[in-house]
Design a protein around this ligand. Structure first.
Ligand SMILES: Nc1nc2c(ncn2[C@@H]2O[C@H](COP(=O)(O)OP(=O)(O)OP(=O)(O)O)[C@@H](O)[C@H]2O)c(=O)[nH]1
Ligand SMILES: [Mg+2]
Length: 314
């Protein structure tokens, strides 16, 4: 994952800093890395821009990978952790330098108008942020919209309204706001995990709209099958899995919802029957919100190695 992105002046003064995780590399090390690149061979030479790669230990005892791009005076640094491939930090450093060039023409950022600064942050964030697309599908009334609402707005709807279209969160407007932030990953923003942005889709379960499913499932990074945790629900879920099999991504999980039912089957029993990792949930119980967020964040980060989607694909 990417930890932070820095745009520095020729003298290593910070001109712009985008932070995805709390800082774990001190400023001396950052300046040292910048200086060392002067005497190094670039790993990639694009003519005007040259890209370098270095590694250092972070204060947390884990390796940090530095992709450094030099184009004219500014020094661009993309810092990743061990899970980020060296090519990824260097590629991203180059992309950031391209954005910087297209917006500032390599002039100092201090003279840049506020709206241009926002545009720059958005364009850089869009290069650095990886989107993880999570798609919820399953029988109608299994609780997809309840879970969606719990996750995205922190409350549950009082009455059942069958979904009639696919709904995404964050929506395009919210996404623009996120991309303009210098710290996209503030603590309260559950959908950001370092530079990963979780986008969630709630599909309608009614058979009238199931022809919608395959186009969303095909583009999903993680498919989340939501089901009622009773015998009927589990049997229906199995059939759904079978019929959607060819559209499903590699990563599929199930949420055994309605764990509050008296005859609810435990998640492990459902898991054995369906053959996919299953988590128990109650889609109307707000006390389970943190648990639900943990599930979604865990499957998005620890079992998923990232994708190259950008805002244009969103
Ligand atoms: N008892 C109980 N009720 C739930 C649970 N989850 C959701 N519900 C209720 O079940 C009903 C249907 O929930 P929705 O979330 O709208 O179901 P859905 O899967 O989106 O349905 P479609 O949009 O038709 O596909 C609502 O009345 C919810 O309040 C649960 O875990 N336990
Ligand atoms: Mg719904």
């Amino acid at each position: 994952m990417i930890v932070e992105v820095l745009v520095m002046s020729n003298y290593y003064g910070i001109e712009l800093r985008l932070e995805y995780l709390p800082q774990t590399v001190d400023w001396d090390t950052i300046r040292q890395v910048g200086k060392e690149t002067r005497a190094m061979e670039p790993v990639a030479d694009y003519g005007a821009a040259k890209v370098y790669y270095l590694e250092r230990m972070g204060s947390d005892g884990f390796l940090r990978r530095f992709g450094v791009a030099r184009r004219g005076k500014p020094v661009i640094m993309v810092i990743g952790d061990e899970s980020e491939e060296p090519e990824s930090v260097t590629d991203k450093a180059f992309s950031v330098s391209e954005e910087l060039f297209s917006i500032t023409d390599l002039k100092s950022l201090t003279s840049l108008a506020a709206n241009r600064k926002k545009l720059l942050a958005r364009r850089i964030n869009d290069q650095v942020i990886d989107y993880v697309r999570l798609v919820m599908f399953g029988e109608s009334k299994s609780g997809k919209s309840s879970l969606f609402s719990m996750l995205t707005s922190g409350n549950v709807p009082v009455e059942y309204r069958p979904s009639v279209r696919a709904v995404a969160a964050p929506n395009a407007g919210q996404l623009q706001d996120i991309l303009e932030k210098k710290r996209p990953c503030d603590e309260d923003e559950w959908y950001m995990v370092a530079n990963r942005l979780l986008t969630l889709y709630d599909l309608p379960g009614s058979t009238h709209y199931r022809n919608l499913w395959n186009s969303y499932l095909k583009r999903a990074d993680v498919a989340i099958l939501v089901l009622k945790s009773n015998k009927t629900g589990v049997a229906q879920a199995k059939r759904i899995l079978q019929t959607q099999l060819r559209y499903l991504p590699e990563r599929v999980i199930a949420i055994g919802n309605y764990q509050d039912l008296e005859d609810a089957l435990p998640p492990l029993t459902i898991e054995r029957f369906l053959g996919v990792t299953t988590y128990g949930m109650v889609g109307i119980d707000m006390d389970r919100l943190e648990q639900l967020r943990d599930i979604v964040r865990t499957v998005s980060v620890y079992e998923f190695s990232g994708s190259d989607k950008t805002f244009a694909d969103y």
